[in-house]
Design a protein around this ligand. Structure first.
Ligand SMILES: Cc1cc2nc3c(=O)[nH]c(=O)nc-3n(C[C@H](O)[C@H](O)[C@H](O)COP(=O)(O)OP(=O)(O)OC[C@H]3O[C@@H](n4cnc5c(N)ncnc54)[C@H](O)[C@@H]3O)c2cc1C
Ligand code: FES
Length: 319
């Protein structure tokens, strides 16, 4: 049997079981969410080698510390593992300043977070006082103070975190861990065209990344395709129009599946993006939102010529 040590105690694993699966089966209190490698809630540390597939999307600093995604590592691939300490994951107190609906199903939240600084587009683990933990992407515009954290949260019926946030008031406090992930405007960018494709609250990181690129003086074109179920579900239209008015290199294309109004396009933002940008050679591509859209987009953008290392993606896989 592929056994391993967890904080000094031997854990019996079954053939083919992940490290996370074995730990949860034995009742260990380890964080987890999507179990699909997307949310980084299940990070542990190994003192020995771990498969590189269990470190996909992790920062270099985490990799140097032996961190790995326990849902993506087979129990037989590790020997000696432990939880990551607070020195690796400091938690920041975030005080809610503003909470308002920007569409029927979308909340905009602005927090004040002393000591905090993170690139727009990356994601954090938000810890609610009730104990619920969920990942959310940073939508903070690049020109705002670094100690602000903005989020766009889709309200899910019966959703633990989104409903708790909907009931919160200015002055309420949550904690933030992170930031995580690689969805951010990379300083190594030259002036390549940037294509951003997302659905629903996938706009949060894409908006943050677009502001970062433009604010840093990115000279190449930046085109954002935002999709939703209906035209009414598409939010932040004024903010996107303001961006287009201020930066001539920026364009946005709203797309909806049904009840389409005005100049919005009918259909998927991915299809429209590829129709308008059929050759993605040399592009930097960002994909965020519904997991099915993101997965399809990763494949199609690669087939359209984008280099795999130039595609950054955050699928919003539920816990
Ligand atoms: C890297 C990453 C970044 C993310 N960033 C954002 C973000 O910026 N904004 C945002 O709104 N969300 C984001 N998410 C998703 C978010 O973490 C939560 O999954 C989501 O808010 C639901 O949490 P909840 O506690 O309200 O619902 P839960 O209590 O987790 O779920 C309640 C029920 O609803 C189902 N459910 C969950 N999500 C959906 C959905 N989208 N559609 C239909 N059913 C669903 C669940 O399977 C469950 O049955 C991100 C996820 C990841 C992995
Ligand atoms: S539970 Fe492992 S990455 Fe989400």
């Amino acid at each position: 049997m592929p056994n391993f040590l967890f904080e000094g105690r031997e854990v019996e694993a079954e053939d083919g079981e992940s490290v996370l699966g074995a730990l949860l089966r034995h009742g260990a209190d380890v964080g987890h969410g999507c179990k699909a490698g997307a949310c980084q809630s299940c990070l542990l540390r190994s003192s020995g080698a771990v498969p590189s597939s269990a470190q996909n999307g992790l920062d270099e600093t985490l990799i140097e510390r032996g961190a790995f995604l326990s849902c993506q590592a087979g129990a037989g691939d590790v020997c000696d593992v432990e939880r990551l300490g607070r020195e690796v994951f400091p938690r920041f107190q975030a005080t809610l300043q503003e909470c308002r609906r920007v569409a029927d199903e979308v909340l905009f939240l602005r927090f004040d977070v002393p000591g905090w600084s993170a690139a727009p587009g990356r994601f954090v683990r938000m810890v609610h006082p009730s104990g619920t933990v969920r990942p959310y992407s940073l939508a903070t515009p690049a020109w705002n103070p670094p100690t602000e954290a903005h989020f766009h949260v889709r309200l899910i019926e019966g959703g633990e975190m989104s409903q708790a946030l909907a009931d919160s008031q200015p002055g309420d406090v949550v904690e933030l861990e992170g930031p995580f992930g690689k969805c951010s405007y990379r300083l190594v960018h030259g002036n390549e065209p940037i294509l951003l494709i997302g659905s629903g609250t996938g706009l949060a990181p894409l908006y943050g990344i677009a502001t970062d690129a433009l604010h840093r003086g990115h000279n190449g074109p930046v085109h954002l395709f935002h999709g939703g179920r209906t035209s009414a579900s598409l939010y932040f239209r004024d903010e996107l129009s303001d961006l287009a008015a201020k930066y001539p290199g920026f364009r946005t294309t709203p797309c909806a599946d049904e009840d389409v109004t005005g100049d919005d396009l009918t259909g998927s933002p991915l299809d429209h993006a590829l129709r308008e940008h059929p050759d993605l050679t040399g592009y930097k591509v960002y994909l965020c939102g519904h997991p099915m859209l993101v997965k399809a987009a990763q494949k199609k953008c690669f087939l359209a010529g984008a280099n795999l290392r130039d595609i950054a993606a955050d699928p919003f896989v539920p816990a």
